[in-house]
Ligand binder design. Structure first.
Ligand SMILES: Cc1ncc(COP(=O)(O)O)c(C=O)c1O
Length: 393
């Protein structure tokens, strides 16, 4: 029998993620892949998590396997509130909700604030997963160009006046995909705009703690208080597979998020929350982050020196002070999408920049991840990639 499925309107504009398709090719054997956004698996704290796991089962037994409250495990929320307070974000545990990664935070934000046709301001380029999450709510994206200091705020103000957007979405620290960090001046001005025009800003911040160089800048939430919705995650700090993130919002917004999360999944895994709490409460987190920063910093340096050594004239890249990615600009008119096949033939892969642009794309850009390969692999992979650039530019 032939069934004529009638899918909801919200599914119509959803395409399967371009990155997932690319990752399938890049997982072929011998390919050195700079395509995924994966943390280094050899650095996952497997032994400590094993101990945490045993300790949770011994101490809490069935309670750690039971349903639990929607907002999340209170001791973990308290830990996060205290950690944020140390960075000048004065919040209590009641302002923190645990989510299934920050990806769920993005979906909840979309559900809470966007109707069909609502305007949402995004950086150009921006995190593809946010575009994907928001698209389910059929908004209009307004794109704002970036320079080395982040979003160009004159454009933001113009768009606010013209379209009265519901949200401004930013990845202020070591942005995925560009590696760009918003300057202090721009942070201050963005917060002023949010307050002046009553527009909430989402600061999606998975990489803020992964700074290897330079000085920490104040988080948007520290500067903007209730106007900023902060999303955080343990994905890049402990493990993405455990799916533990958080969202920090003011009390009146929290009530709405709580109801939405209840409808989505009741609560985030009780066991995973207990396990993470058991791990972090003994001071393991800072030690582990130091280890990550040391190793990722080496890998970032290896990638930048290989780019300098091997790339032909006309190729430029960002030099982020943290995070997982850098962004490459090929000369105008060259298509990074077109070159991907040639790169894969040479057994190296990247993600073309195109899918990260909500609207006007720049196909001469590409994203390179430096956290997932060893320094030796990075050097060899960039050498192969530069060879492709030399042949086709
Ligand atoms: C900017 C940004 N936001 C959110 C996410 C999703 O992270 P999580 O694993 O916490 O859902 C990612 C993952 O790469 C990201 O880069």
């Amino acid at each position: 029998m032939y069934l004529n499925w009638i899918f909801s309107e919200r599914t119509w504009e959803m395409k399967s993620s371009a990155i997932r398709e690319i990752l399938k090719i890049t997982e072929l054997p011998d390919v050195i892949s700079f395509a995924g956004g994966l943390p280094a698996p050899e650095l996952f704290p497997v032994d400590e998590l094993k101990e945490a796991c045993e300790s949770v089962l011994t101490k809490f037994g069935p309670r750690s396997l039971q349903y639990s409250i929607t907002l999340g495990y209170p001791p973990l929320r308290k830990f996060l509130a205290e950690r944020l307070s140390k960075r000048g974000i004065k919040v209590g545990f009641e302002d923190v909700m645990i989510t299934a990664g920050s990806q769920q935070g993005l979906d909840l934000v979309g559900k809470a604030f966007l109707d069909r046709g609502s305007f949402v301001i995004v950086e150009n380029p921006t995190y593809l997963g946010a575009l994907h999450a928001f698209k389910a709510y059929n908004p209009h994206f307004i794109t704002v160009e970036m320079d080395e200091e982040g979003m160009i705020l004159e454009q933001v103000e113009e768009h606010i006046k013209k379209s009265k957007p519901r949200l401004i979405y930013a990845v202020s620290n070591f942005q995925n995909p560009s590696g760009i960090t918003m300057s202090k001046k721009r942070r201050e001005r963005l917060v002023e705009l949010a307050k002046e025009y009553y527009i909430p800003v989402i600061d999606d911040n998975p990489y803020g703690e992964l700074r290897f160089k330079g000085e920490d800048l104040p988080y948007l939430k520290e500067l903007g208080g209730d106007w900023i919705i902060e999303l955080g995650t343990f994905s890049k700090l402990i493990s993405p597979g455990l799916r533990i993130g958080w969202i920090v919002v003011s009390k009146e917004v929290m009530g709405v998020f709580e109801k939405l999360k209840q409808g989505a999944d009741l609560h985030t895994s009780t066991f995973a929350q207990h396990m993470i709490y058991e791990y972090v409460k003994n001071g393991n987190l800072d030690r582990h982050i130091e280890l990550l920063k040391k190793e990722y910093s080496k890998r970032r340096d290896a990638m930048i020196s290989a780019l300098k050594k091997y790339c032909p004239e006309g190729v430029r890249w960002t030099e982020p002070e943290g995070g997982l990615f850098l962004w490459v600009f090929l000369p105008e008119g060259v298509s990074a999408t077109g070159l991907l096949d040639k790169a894969v033939e040479r057994k190296v892969a990247y993600v073309p920049g195109k899918p990260f642009f909500a609207k006007e794309d720049k196909d001469n850009t590409l994203r390179l991840n430096f956290s997932n390969a060893s320094c030796e692999k990075i050097e060899e992979g960039i050498k192969r990639l530069a060879q492709v650039f030399k042949e086709y530019l």
